[in-house]
Ligand binder design. Structure first.
Ligand code: A3P
Length: 290
């Protein structure tokens, strides 16, 4: 692994933003944090739809009522497991705790294994993640940024970006996909059929909603509604940390944006690495279809 750079922390071979992570917070997440059976984790590789899932979980638990989603920041509603803010804060949350994490499976709390806590793992086309991460790194002063997009694609392909390799993250978590307490969702299916995806989440959580509540969830978790909601569009973050004049946090919210960004050569090279890395995985994703 190359030098992680001044804004990053290298932990167990994974590069993380040093602003909000420390060795102590990561050790706490892995070894100190006590998982409860009622916990619900939303796990994602960065830029896969984390904020979207935070909004969906909040709205589902509020029966479609947007009051909480519009009055409390997303990072307090569905707080981070591995960040320096977690210790003390998570213990005092009422059940069921809704918790976000970008951790790879191998760094997840040891007390999760053997518990009945639920994990929703959201995956997204890695080429779209690469584009989204590029623009996010451009606006976020606390992240390393490689301005040359071609070089950025190479760093991403090699896993030399925050939270390490997309391939390792996805393959690690998919190892749990046969467990009853694990739900795999794709950004693409949420995009294509948000209502159907919400119904799947509700069924998984054992929290059925009536048609009106479902309408409330779907309306308030649309890209347009979230873009207007200052509790999730990160307009509360100071400009010296997130400069939204460079790019928006809720940027485009579409599938296939990579086609506007990657050259044919960059795309073909990525596809080759993708095939090598994902071979033997008995699963196909929406983006695998030509
Ligand atoms: P883009 O940069 O491609 O627009 P994360 O929350 O994991 O950081 O992911 C951010 C990405 O999810 C951004 O992608 C953002 O626009 C997209 N996103 C967030 N909410 C969304 C929604 N309601 N519908 C579609 N995309 C959404």
């Amino acid at each position: 692994m190359a030098d992680p750079g001044p804004r990053s922390l290298l932990y167990e071979g994974i590069m993380l933003p040093a602003l909000v992570h420390s060795r102590e917070s990561l050790r706490y997440a892995q070894l100190g944090f006590q998982v409860r059976d009622s916990d619900v984790f939303s796990v994602t590789y960065p830029k896969s739809g984390t904020t979207w899932m935070q909004e969906l979980l909040t709205l589902i638990h509020s029966n479609g009522d947007p009051q909480l989603a519009r009055s409390v920041p997303s990072w307090e509603r569905v707080p981070w497991l591995e960040q320096t803010t977690a210790a003390g804060f998570l213990e005092n949350r009422p059940c069921p705790r809704l918790i976000s994490s970008h951790l790879p499976c191998g760094l997840f709390p040891t007390s999760f294994h053997g518990s009945n806590a639920k994990v929703i793992y959201t995956v997204r086309n890695p080429k779209d993640i690469c584009v989204s991460l590029y623009y996010y790194s451009k606006m976020a002063s606390f992240l390393e940024f490689q301005e040359d997009f071609g070089e950025f694609v190479e760093l991403f392909s090699a896993g030399k970006v925050l939270f390490g390799s997309w391939f390792q993250h996805v393959k690690g978590w998919l190892g749990l996909r046969d467990r009853l307490n694990f739900l795999l969702l794709t950004y693409e299916e949420m995009h294509q059929d948000l209502r159907g995806s919400v119904e799947r989440i509700c069924q998984f959580l054992g929290k059925p909603l009536d048609a009106r509540a479902l309408d409330g969830v779907v309306e308030n978790a649309s890209f347009q509604a979230m873009k207007q909601n200052k509790m999730c569009n990160f307009s509360l973050a100071p400009r010296f940390l997130l400069d939204q004049t460079q790019s928006s946090f809720l940027r485009k919210g579409i599938t296939g944006d990579w086609k506007n960004q990657l050259t044919t050569a960059q795309s073909e090279n990525f596809d080759r690495i993708y095939r090598e890395q994902m071979q033997g995985l008995d699963l196909s994703f929406p983006w695998d279809q030509p």
